[in-house]
Design a protein around this ligand. Structure first.
Ligand SMILES: C[S@@+](CC[C@H](N)C(=O)[O-])C[C@H]1O[C@@H](n2cnc3c(N)ncnc32)[C@H](O)[C@@H]1O
Length: 240
């Protein structure tokens, strides 16, 4: 997705006390960055923050960290949060970092109880599979920073990504709690609709997704080189 550079975004993020400039410094002590000690939820690739802002406004009893790699979309997300929650929201931090290096920024002590992955890049080419946010290589990083029972809320418009992710979650030690191929028809609530979700739903594309919970199964594998043995094939290979 190409976006025009927003000149105002970086200065606004730099001046905002709840936009974290050096996230690596909070590794292992994110709880200290919030005024209240309460459950900690993480959103990966928040984009323009449409769902993020509504979620934070509705749930002051949760501390949120919303992350994106693009300062331009984070600028939009900041403005969306201000519109929904005011200038000093208290229960949400925004930060710019590369999710592929999540373990540089988050530690097991951060105890992420819930992770949101909304409409991540589907990376359709086989050789890019490992870059998917639900690939076991990424899920292994998420596993490390969350307690047993910690959940991942994932949704997508992309059928192959969804199908493959069912295998990824199982492989990485997450069990399904709720899975649907048509979220909007499922009655699931509350469903915080993101910018991309609105766009795809308007095109009549069913939104697929669900909730997966970290099990206490021992999953001590290095998934760095792990790939699916053909898209949608339930057999998997580990090249290690
Ligand atoms: C397709 S958009 C979805 C945005 C939003 N979640 C939604 O549903 O509307 C994917 C977002 O993930 C961000 N992103 C992609 N790769 C990333 C990475 N490695 N680290 C952090 N953010 C990333 C992009 O900048 C983009 O804003």
């Amino acid at each position: 997705m190409h976006m025009r550079t927003k000149k105002w975004a970086r200065p606004e993020l730099a001046a905002c006390p709840w936009c974290v400039d050096e996230p690596e410094k909070l590794r292992g002590r994110w709880a200290e960055a919030f005024p209240k000690k309460q459950p900690f939820h993480l959103e990966l690739g928040c984009g323009k923050g449409v769902a993020t802002a509504a979620m934070a406004a509705d749930n002051p009893q949760i501390n949120y960290l919303a992350v994106d790699i693009s300062p331009d979309v984070l600028g939009d997300a900041r403005r969306a949060v201000v519109r929904a929650c005011g200038e000093q929201p208290g229960n949400i931090l925004l930060s710019r970092f590369n999710i592929e290096q999540l373990s540089w920024f988050l530690a097991p002590e951060d105890r992420v109880e819930r992770v949101y992955i909304r409409f991540c890049n589907p990376w359709p080419r086989k050789r890019h599979e490992k870059r998917r946010l639900t690939h076991p290589r990424q899920l292994a990083q998420l596993r490390a920073v969350r307690p047993v029972g910690g959940e991942i809320y994932f949704k997508t418009d992309d059928e192959p990504l969804f199908r493959d992710s069912l295998i990824y979650f199982e492989t990485a030690g997450f069990e399904p709690v709720f899975v649907t191929e048509d979220l909007h028809a499922s009655g699931f609530a509350p469903n915080y609709v993101s910018e991309h979700e609105r766009k795809f739903a308007a095109q009549g594309i069913p939104i697929k997704g669900g909730i997966w919970r970290k099990t206490d199964a021992a999953v001590e594998r290095d998934f760095t080189r792990w790939t699916l043995n053909g898209s949608g094939d339930s057999k998997s290979t580990c090249a290690d």
